[in-house]
Design a protein around this ligand. Structure first.
Ligand code: TXA
Ligand code: MG
Length: 326
């Protein structure tokens, strides 16, 4: 399917087919948001529970009004600042939005991806619902090859580079007070709070306050998991297990000190505080570890200081905890 003009994929979408396409976060599995048969195919193909709603992807602000019942002033500020980009906003929905998209809830999630191909595709085909283009429970795809591994050669995939960010968008619920980050991502709580006065909290903070279970249904499922078991690497661990892949990010773990540059085995990966690169590569590492037969993936735990100073780490920790199964 590689190398077809964009019109080819737009026609497929218009005739009710699914098309996988790149975004800046991960590859998405797209269907036209106004075609219930096509939307249903997404759930069937992914093996996705129908109580897990989908994100509507738009290429301009006018498209938002077709789905959102009202657009609060602070949403406009957030769209000005972060769109196109990895921030999904949740609004009260209009009646005509398909129930399948919103899992029967009265809210709808919308984002504008920061990717030229994705934007042109949406310009041509109209708003697209697109979950990550992986089988449910598998790590999200950051390369076209990941999509083919999960769905085979028959699914049309628009080929592109590895995705720039590598983990899924921040999901921000604007329908209740305080605004709530249901899924952390590359757009951070601090960045959001810098531009709007409304109080914003992370779901986990709400939980700490004894409030309800997460409002984002997708977050209750085990996600992003490779077959190898994922665990935190302790600060003092010095024995190398041959069947374990080690991902180190602080740059100074005893495993690195004991194994100087020359003899560091290939199973120890040193990100040397490049957390953006770790985010870009995490899901591919998960998938490769399975292919290479690793039984375990040990990832250095994040210190409190790291979580404060580099906010992509909040999203990374969230995804790693999901893979661990917590
Ligand atoms: O970066 C991304 O957001 C990628 C790319 C392809 O755009 N998409 C993505 O979609 O990650 P998906 O379906 O894998 O994750 C969507 C998340 C789920 O956790 C889902 O529960 C939540 O968004 N969500 C969707 N609509 C919602 C709603 N109305 N209320 C609360 N959560 C919602
Ligand atoms: Mg997903």
């Amino acid at each position: 399917m590689a190398g077809q003009p964009l019109k080819y994929y737009i026609d497929l979408l218009e005739s009710g087919e699914l098309v996988a396409f790149p975004t800046e976060t991960v590859y998405g599995l797209g269907a036209r948001a106004d075609n219930p048969t096509a939307v249903k195919k997404i759930f069937d193909l992914k093996g996705r529970p129908t109580d897990n709603p989908l994100i509507v992807h738009v290429s301009n602000r006018a498209m938002v009004s077709a789905f959102a019942r009202n657009i609060p002033e602070s949403a406009k500020v957030l769209m000005d600042k972060f769109w196109p980009g990895p921030l999904t906003l949740i609004f009260k929905k209009k009646d005509q939005v398909l129930d399948l998209i919103t899992a029967g809830m009265d809210t709808v999630a919308i984002r504008m991806p920061d990717h030229d191909t994705a934007l042109s595709l949406i310009d041509g085909a109209g708003p697209l619902v697109a979950p990550s283009a992986n089988k449910s429970g598998r790590p999200s795809p950051t390369l076209p090859q990941h999509v083919r591994t999960d769905f085979g050669e028959s699914l049309p995939v628009i080929e592109d580079q590895p995705t720039r960010i590598g983990i899924e968008s921040t999901v921000l619920d604007l329908t209740e007070e305080p605004y709530c980050i249901l899924r952390p991502g590359a757009v951070t709580l601090e960045q959001i709070q810098e531009v709007i006065d409304h109080p914003v909290v992370l779901t986990r903070d709400k939980k700490r306050l004894g409030e309800e279970e997460t409002r984002s249904p997708g977050m209750k499922y085990t996600h992003y998991a490779p077959r190898a078991s994922v665990r935190w690497l302790s600060k003092t661990e010095t024995d190398i297990m041959p069947t374990c892949l080690y991902l180190i990010h602080s740059g100074h773990h005893p495993l690195l000190e004991e194994n100087t540059d020359k003899n560091t085995p290939p199973s120890i990966i040193n990100y040397n505080q490049d957390y953006d690169q770790l985010a870009r590569e995490l899901y591919d590492r998960f998938r490769q570890a399975d292919q290479q037969g690793f039984k375990q993936i040990a990832i250095e735990a994040f210190s409190e200081k790291t979580l404060e100073s580099r906010q992509i780490t909040v999203a990374l920790k969230n995804r790693i905890l999901k893979a661990i199964g917590k």
